[in-house]
Design a protein around this ligand. Structure first.
Ligand code: FPP
Length: 256
């Protein structure tokens, strides 16, 4: 009985009606999101900032589900930046605890729905228990071939570039890389996102017109959408609306 109900719900959510005016054959392969505005959402309600992050996690679940249902291949979420370590200790601890809870609570959903978890950033800087939860979920889901949920954690674009330069320089010094043969493709292979196509679409919530050190190399030709909506107020309908707008953009990649 349970299985039947589950199946039925899934089918109805996947029906063409749900995504009626979206061309599912022309979806962005890789969507990246700067989830901003949790603090402001909480402040407007005279709540602690952490309440904003908690609501933000619910929206993460919703957008992951929507991406999986519509058929997005990679969803990269900017969950914690290298700069975020400078926030008050209590806020950092709350974000780490939310992350750990999310990993534990979503494990079954990821396994049931063919989602593969990946992480980019300075994973070794995360608290030990978060690293363990992360590695466990990544290992359990590594063979899944549906949506890849790519969490940017202690991630910074400049840090990623410095790390890439250091690694290429070290190999060049050892004679393993010929400096004349360093190409954009080789550079990409030394980034955290090795093997992933660059994002087609970058969404930033809460209206700020900046990149905030996110995927600096990878977004060279990415289509950018900024919405005024604060992340905790963001939802499925607005996400689908943005996908629709994306489908009307002409991507020229610098050509005519
Ligand atoms: C920006 O809002 C958001 C963050 C720094 C963290 C994003 C984290 C979550 C959505 C929850 C945890 C994520 C996962 C994947 C479990 P802000 O605090 O900078 O908001 P403000 O600019 O309004 O102050």
């Amino acid at each position: 009985m349970t299985t039947f109900l589950k199946k039925k719900r899934k089918r109805s959510l996947n029906s063409s009606e749900s995504f009626s005016d979206i061309d599912t054959a022309n979806l962005p392969y890789h969507v990246a999101i700067i989830m901003d505005g949790n603090g402001r959402w909480a402040k407007k309600r005279i709540l602690n900032r952490i309440e904003g992050h908690k609501k933000g996690v619910e929206v993460v679940r919703l957008i992951v589900r929507t991406c999986r249902e519509i058929g997005i291949s990679i969803l990269t979420l900017y969950a914690f930046s290298t700069e975020n370590w400078q926030r008050p200790k209590t806020e950092v601890a709350a974000l780490m605890s939310l992350l750990k809870n999310f990993l534990e609570s979503e494990q079954k959903d990821m396994l049931d729905n063919n989602i593969r978890l990946n992480a980019i950033g300075q994973i070794e800087r995360l608290p030990e228990d978060v690293q363990q939860a992360l590695h466990k979920t990544m290992s359990l889901t590594k063979k899944n071939g549906g949506l890849m949920l790519n969490l940017a954690l202690s991630y910074g674009g400049r840090d990623e570039i410095v790390r890439m330069v250091q690694e290429i320089a070290a190999r060049t010094k050892e004679g393993k890389i010929d400096p004349d043969l360093i190409t954009p493709e080789l550079v990409s292979d030394f980034l955290y996102t090795k093997g992933m196509p660059d994002p087609d679409l970058l969404i930033r919530t809460s209206g700020e017109m900046r990149i905030s050190n996110f995927l600096l190399w990878q977004i060279a030709y990415t289509e950018i959408f900024v919405t005024e909506t604060l992340w905790p107020d963001f939802g499925r309908q607005e996400f689908l609306q943005i996908l629709k707008h994306y489908q009307h953009r002409e991507r020229r990649f610098g050509k005519v």
